[in-house]
Design a protein around this ligand. Structure first.
Ligand code: FAD
Length: 307
């Protein structure tokens, strides 16, 4: 079923889950067992992130360098297949512009159609090590809006996929200002995106303000808030650095007061996210998206409290 239709038909907010493909070496059974705890909540679909292939150069005995493909994770398509064979549930593989030509992306879409997948999340992807800025592949797409347009035109414009895109309540780090970033978000909606999932945030006011600004700019598609429970003290500096987001002082001071007590920090992060989720539901959001990062215990606790 298309996420667009799930969103239209749903009477109340529901949990939306995102997993990261496991590192190579994890068995099919281990993957399924890591997802099983979520099934108690009858998720309507599972998003599966996509990771760009990277290359490394190795010095050969003759002094020359050879280029080698480094792929640390199982592919998102393989993970989607595993989920679909274990449960009757929709999957949303992510597709990124980075590292692929338009033709390679078209071939990937053909595979997804073949598997009976109705949904994709269209993203640009980040720059790879050594690049200051994102560099599109030759013959590839520069922005997610171009990718959305290409997916819409796939197979002569048949309506084959429901398309999600990313949004940044605290601004995408490359955008010069929020207005421009929202204008660019609108290009994705105008190109045919059905809904937006936001980057994680830890202060709900940031999300409510963002939704207001998007609506004022003429973006009318659903905007699903993205949450991630903080789990370690290190994330207080890591998350802002990696995702260009703020962690509110209320949360950082609670974490600081917990000192080295890891369990307490984990609990603080889970409780904070639970409170955020309850407040979002009370505000009538369409769904709440969880960045599970392959961990289920904290998310299961939050889902039990909120849904
Ligand atoms: P875009 O929408 O293309 O925007 C990128 C930048 O370009 C922004 O600053 C925007 O303002 C600007 N811009 C856009 N269009 C134009 C234009 N026409 N002219 C000028 N400027 C423009 N990354 C992965 O590698 N794999 C994943 O699976 C993945 N999943 C994600 C899921 C979610 C919900 C989110 C929010 C992010 C995810 N990401 C993932 C990260 C994402 O790839 C990065 O944040 C990336 O830097 C931006 O992607 P985007 O699709 O938002 O890009």
């Amino acid at each position: 079923m298309k996420i667009r239709d799930i969103l239209r038909e749903s009477r109340k907010p529901f949990p939306s889950l995102e997993i990261v493909p496991p590192l190579k070496g994890i068995t099919h059974k281990e993957l399924i067992e890591s997802i099983r705890p979520f099934m108690e909540f009858s998720p309507k679909y599972i998003n599966v992130t996509c990771h760009r292939d990277e290359y490394e150069y190795r010095r050969e005995p003759d002094g020359s360098f050879s280029r080698h493909l480094v792929r640390n994770r199982v592919s998102e398509v393989a993970v989607c297949g595993a989920i679909m064979s274990a449960w009757n549930i929709d999957v949303v593989p992510h597709i990124i512009c980075g590292g692929s030509t338009a033709e390679e992306i078209e071939n990937r879409l053909c595979d997804l159609r073949f598997m009976g997948i109705d949904n994709v999340m269209a993203l640009r992807g980040d720059s790879v090590a050594g690049e200051k800025r994102f560099v599109p592949s030759e013959g590839g797409y520069r922005y997610a809006s171009e990718l959305v347009g290409a997916i819409r035109n796939f197979e002569n414009g048949e309506d084959l996929f429901s398309i999600g895109v990313g949004g940044y309540p605290e601004k995408h780090f490359e955008a010069p200002n929020m207005e421009t970033d929202i204008e660019n978000l609108k290009k994705k909606a105008d190109a045919g995106a059905d809904y937006i999932i936001t980057q994680m945030f830890f202060d709900n006011r940031v999300y409510y303000d963002y939704v207001d600004r998007c609506r004022a700019a003429g973006i009318s598609i659903p905007i699903i808030p993205g949450l991630k429970p903080l789990t370690t003290a290190r994330q207080v500096s890591l998350l802002p650095e990696s995702f260009s987001i703020d962690i509110p002082v209320g949360l950082t001071s609670e974490i600081r007061a917990a000192g080295d007590d890891r369990q307490k920090i984990y609990r603080i992060g889970t409780d904070w996210c639970t409170a955020q989720c309850k407040d979002l539901i009370a505000h009538g959001v369409p769904a709440v998206h969880f960045y599970t990062m392959g961990k289920s215990e904290n998310i299961v606790r939050i889902l039990k409290e909120c849904f």
